[in-house]
Design a protein around this ligand. Structure first.
Ligand code: PMP
Length: 361
C-alpha cells in the first residue's frame, strides 16, 4: 500500500506498519494537545503521561519486578559500554564473555575503568558459536559477569544463561530485546539500544536492580553517566529523547495487544525456522553459525564467494529485499528478522533465494 520494501536491516530496523500509521495520524496534533510529540515540553503533563505509560507497559510486558528501575537513557548502546563499568565496578574487576564485535567493544571500554577478565571466548572460530559458560572461572571479587546476549553481527544468541556463580549478570540485549520472554530476576542489569526491535535510534533502555544503583562513585563520573541521576529523576533529569520514548511506547502497546512476548517468541521461532531450514538444505548458501547457538533475530549466511555475496545483495535489493549485505567487518550476507518483520517477508526472501540458487548452479 505504501510501496514499502522488506527491510532486513540490523538497525535502525523495521517497525510494525500499524504503529507507523498510528504515529503518522498523531504527528500534527497529539491527542488534542494541538502539537506533535516532537514539539512538546518534556515537563508537560501530556508527555509525562506518555513516559509513565511507556514504563508501565514495558513492566507489564517483561513482568519487571518492583525492585528494578527502568531508565530511558540517551546515547544508544555505546554509552552503556561505558556506563556499566563506571557504575558497577566497585572492586575494579569484571568478567566478560567475548562472543563478537559488540562484546569486544564493551570489553575495550570496561578496560578504561578496571581489570577485565575474559572468562570465555569464541574468537578461535570467528565467533560462529557461543563458548561453554556452564563452569566459568569467576574470581570471588568480580563485580559482575557481562554478556552480549545476541551478537547482531555474528548472529549468535544465548539460549541458556551463563552460570555466574552468584555474581551479578549484566546483559546487552539490544538485538533480542522483547523478542522472547525474559526472567528479569536472573539479571542485575539489562540494557538495550532500542533501534533494532523497538523504535527510533538514540536511546537505550536500562533495567537495573535497585541495590546496584550506587551513590559512592568516583568523582570523575559525569552526572549524566550515573544511573542514580536517571533513577532519581525518573528519566527526566534533562530533556530525554521524547520522540523515541513515544514511539517505543507505541510498540509496547502493539506487543501487548498481540499476545506479548510469548506470542513474539513463537512467531520469531517459526519465522527464523523458514530461513534456517532453507539455508541448511541449500547447496549454494551456508548459515554461518552453529545450529544450537543461532540467533532468531540476525541470520548471517554466505554464498560460495564474496563476489556472489555482493551480487545476491544487489539483486535482492532490486527485487524489494533491502539491506541484506553483511556487516562490513565480516562481509557475507545477513537477514535481520526482528519482531516487525512479517513471516511473509521471510517466506518471500526464501523464494527469492531459492530462485537465485536455481539460476546460478
Ligand atoms: N550492542 C549491540 C548488540 C548492537 O547490535 C549495537 C549496535 N548495532 C550496539 C551495542 C551499539 O549500539 P549504538 O549504535 O546504539 O551505540
Amino acid at each position: 500500500r505504501y510501496d514499502r520494501v522488506y527491510n532486513f536491516s540490523a538497525g535502525p530496523a523495521m517497525m510494525p506498519e500499524s504503529v507507523l500509521e498510528e504515529i503518522a495520524a498523531e504527528v500534527l496534533n497529539y491527542h488534542g494537545s494541538g502539537m506533535s510529540v516532537m514539539e512538546m515540553s518534556h515537563r508537560s503533563p501530556v508527555f509525562q503521561e506518555i513516559l509513565s505509560q511507556a514504563e508501565a507497559d514495558l513492566r507489564t510486558l517483561m513482568h519487571i519486578p518492583d525492585n528494578y528501575k527502568v531508565l530511558f537513557v540517551q546515547g544508544g548502546g555505546t554509552v552503556q559500554f561505558a556506563m556499566v563499568p563506571m557504575n558497577l565496578m566497585k572492586n575494579g574487576v569484571a568478567c566478560y564473555v567475548e562472543t563478537g564485535a559488540w562484546s569486544k567493544k564493551a570489553i575495550a571500554e570496561a578496560k578504561r575503568y578496571g581489570e577485565v577478565k575474559i572468562v570465555a571466548s569464541s574468537a578461535d572460530k570467528n565467533f560462529s558459536y557461543l563458548p561453554d559458560c556452564s563452569a566459568l572461572d569467576i574470581p570471588g571479587n568480580a563485580d559482575y559477569v557481562y554478556i552480549c546476549e545476541n551478537e547482531t553481527i555474528n548472529g549468535t544468541a544465548y539460549h541458556t544463561l551463563p552460570d555466574t556463580k552468584g555474581k551479578v549478570l549484566v546483559a546487552d540485549q539490544s538485538s533480542l530485546f522483547l523478542s522472547r520472554p525474559c526472567d528479569v530476576s536472573k539479571y542485575g542489569l539489562i540494557w538495550a539500544g532500542v533501534q533494532k526491535n523497538v523504535g527510533p535510534a538514540g536511546m537505550a533502555i536500562v533495567i537495573i536492580r535497585e541495590d546496584l544503583i550506587r551513590e559512592d562513585l568516583p568523582e570523575f563520573v559525569p552526572t549524566y553517566l550515573r544511573y542514580k541521576t536517571h533513577a532519581d529523576a525518573d528519566s527526566l533529569y534533562n530533556t530525554p529523547n521524547c520522540w523515541s520514548i513515544y514511539c517505543c511506547g507505541k510498540v509496547f502497546q502493539y506487543l501487548l495487544a498481540n499476545g506479548g512476548l510469548e506470542a513474539m517468541a513463537q512467531r520469531n521461532e517459526e519465522k527464523a525456522a523458514v530461513l534456517y531450514d532453507f539455508l541448511d538444505r541449500s547447496k549454494f548458501f551456508t548459515a554461518a553459525v552453529l545450529k544450537e547457538d543461532r540467533s532468531l533475530m540476525n541470520v548471517p549466511f554466505v554464498s560460495p564467494s564474496k563476489e556472489q555475496d555482493a551480487e545476491v545483495a544487489a539483486s535482492a535489493k532490486a527485487a524489494g529485499f533491502d539491506n541484506l549485505k553483511g556487516h562490513k567487518s565480516v562481509g557475507g550476507l545477513r537477514a535481520s528478522i526482528y519482531n516487525a518483520m512479517p513471516k511473509e517477508g521471510v517466506e518471500a526472501l526464501v523464494d527469492f533465494l531459492k530462485k537465485y540458487e536455481a539460476e546460478h548452479t
